[in-house]
Design a binder for this molecule. Sequence first.
Ligand code: GDP
Ligand code: CA
Length: 323
Amino acid sequence: MRIVVPAGGIGGARFLRGLKEALGIRAGSDGDESTITVIGNTGDDITLFGLRVCPDLDTVMYTLGGGVNESQGWGRADETFTVKEELAAYGMQPTWFGLGDRDVATHIVRAQMMAAGYPLSAITQALCDRWRPGVRLLPMTDDRVETHVVVDEGDGPRAIHFQEWWVRHRAALPAQRIVGVGAEDAEPAPGVLEAIESADVVLLPPSNPVVSIGSILGVPGIRAAMGAATVVGVSPIIGGAPVRGMADACLAAIGVETTARAVAEHYGADLLDGWLVDEADDGVRAEGIEVRSRPLYMSDIGATADIARAALDLATELKGRTR
Ligand code: GDP
Ligand code: CA
C-alpha cells in the first residue's frame, strides 16, 4: 500500500508515528520507502542567524527518528542552549527564537549543503540518512515559500513572518490575512506529484488546516493531484476547539469557523472523500464527504495507531465504492 501524508509539525509527526505503528514500521528502521511518503510543510521556514530553519521538516524527522524532545513535541531530546546564550550575549536578534546546541548541528549541515547548491529535497534526504524516519520525507517544494501574516497594531497593516506572529506574539495579534509569499511561483519538489499520483490513499493528519496543510495545498499542482486520489482527513478540531495550539487564530484569519464541519467544508468535497471527527462531534455532516466519528485524541501511540487504522479503513471502503 502506498500512502501519502501532507504534514505540518507536531500534530502531523504524532499522527505519522501512529500510522507507522499501525503498519508495523519500527522506529529507526528504513521502512519500505514506497509505503509512506510525507509531503512536509516548508511555509514555516525562516532564515535566522544565517541558518535556514525548517521547523516542520525537522519535527517530522526528529519525531519519527526517535530524537525529538517528547514533552515539547519539537526540538532535540537532551538539548542544551549554550549557543543561544552566546548569541544573546552578542545582542543577536531575534531572541524569541532559539536553536538548541544539538539542533544547531542539523542547521550547519543544511547551511553547508545549501551553500554548495543542493536543493532542500536533497538536503532533507541527507539529514534523514542519519535519522532513518521510516518514511520518505519530501519538502512540498524546493522553492522558497514563506507564510506571512498581515497584522495591524493601529498603525496600518503590515506583514510579519509567520514565526514572528506564532512564536513571538503567540498568535495574539489579530491576523487580517495569511499569505504564502512565493507560493504561486513554486513548483512541487521532485517526487511529490509522482507520489500523489501513484498513492492508494492520501491521509490528511490533524495538522493546522491553514498554515500547514493549507500551505502544502497552496503549491500549484498539489491540490489538483490530491483531488484525483482517495483522501481521508482527521479533524484537528474537537468540540469546536483546537486540541492544542492556536489553529483557531489561523482559521479566524481566513474566515473559517473553528468546527470540524467548517474545516471539512473548507477543504471541500473536491479534495476530501472521508473525514474522521471525534465522538464529541458525532452527527456532524459535510456536503459530499463521508463523515465518521470515533475517539480522535492522540493520547499515546496505541490510540494514534487506532486513529490511523480507522482512516485507512475508511479510505479502503470509499475506494471500493467509487470504483
Ligand atoms: P502541525 O500543524 O502539524 O504543525 O501541528 P500542530 O501541533 O500545530 O497541531 C495542528 C493541529 O492538530 C491543531 O489544530 C491541534 O488542535 C490538532 N491536534 C493536536 N493534537 C491532537 C489530537 O490528539 N487529536 C486531534 N484530533 N487533533 C490534534
Ligand atoms: Ca478525491
